[in-house]
Design a binder for this molecule. Sequence first.
Ligand code: CDV
Length: 302
Amino acid sequence: MARDLTIAVCQTGPIQKSAQRAETVDRLVALLERAAAAGAEIAVFPELALTTFFPRWRIDDQAEIEAFFEPAMPGPQTQRLYDAAARLKIGFALGYAELARVDGGRFNTMDLVGQDGTLVGRYRKIHVPGSSEPEPGTTVHLERRYFEPGNLGFPVFVYRGVRVGMAICNDRRWPETYRMLCLNGAEIVLIGYNTPLQLDEAPALAHLRMFHNHLPMQAGAYQNTVWVAAAAKAGVEDGQALIGGSCIIAPTGEIAAQAMSLDDEVIVHRADLDLIAVCRKVNFDFAKYRRPDQYRLITDQV
Ligand code: CDV
C-alpha cells in the first residue's frame, strides 16, 4: 500500500517585539486552520515562533529576558494552539524558547505535537550559532548568551506511522544533522528558521543568502533520502530583514513547493514516502555501501 503524509509549512511574517503572545497565537491558529483546510496532516512553524528573534539584542534586564521564554508547554497563552490541533486533527512542530521545568535549562527548542494536541517529542537545537557578547564587525547574534546547546541528540519520533525528526535553523547547514536523523530512521525532517538577509561579516555574500538556504537542505534531503519541510520567520522584524524561502524538498533534492511571500503563508505538499526507497535504490543503499570504519575522523575531530 502506498504511504504518504501531507505536509504544510506555515511560514510567518515578522513577529514584532510589541506583539502580544495572544495576537501571535491567533496568527498561528489561523495558519493551522489554513493548513488543515488544505488537507495537511502535519504542519511546521518557524524557530522561536512565539516571539521576535530576541538574540539580535544584548539584553541585561532579567525580567525582559524571562518574558521571551516558555516555562511550560502548553501554557495559558499557547493552549489554544494545542486545542486547535486536536479540533482540526492536525499535528505541528513549533519552535520556542524553552525554560526547562526540571533544571531551569534554557534551550532553543522545537516540540512535535500530535493530532490529539499532546506532545509527541522534543528537540533542542544542537548547533547554537553566534556569540555571547557582540563582536566588532559582525551582525549581533547572541544565541550563545541565551541558550545552552541541545542535549537530546537527534531523536526521531513516530507520527501517524511516519518517522519524523526535527532541526532548528543553523542545524540545517550541517550535514551531520541530516545524517544523524537519517541513521535514526527519519523519513521527514521538519525545520524552523530565522535567517538575517544581511551579515555584516560577509556583505559580499549577501546575494547568496537564499542559495545558501536551499543548498544544504536540498543536499541533506538528497544525500539522506528524506523529505525536508522548512518554515521561515520572514520579513522585516524589529528593523532586521529576515529571508523567506520556506519550502518542501523531496528526497530527490527537488523543491516540491516554495513560499513566495515574506508574510504569513501556507504551502502544502503530499509527501510520497515510497520515493525514499526509490532514491535509496538508485544510489544510497546505506547498508551495502556506507563505510563507517573509514569515517572515524568525523567523530574524532571537531
Ligand atoms: N537562527 C539561526 O540559527 N540563524 C543562523 C544565523 C546565525 C545566520 C542561520 O544559520 O541562519
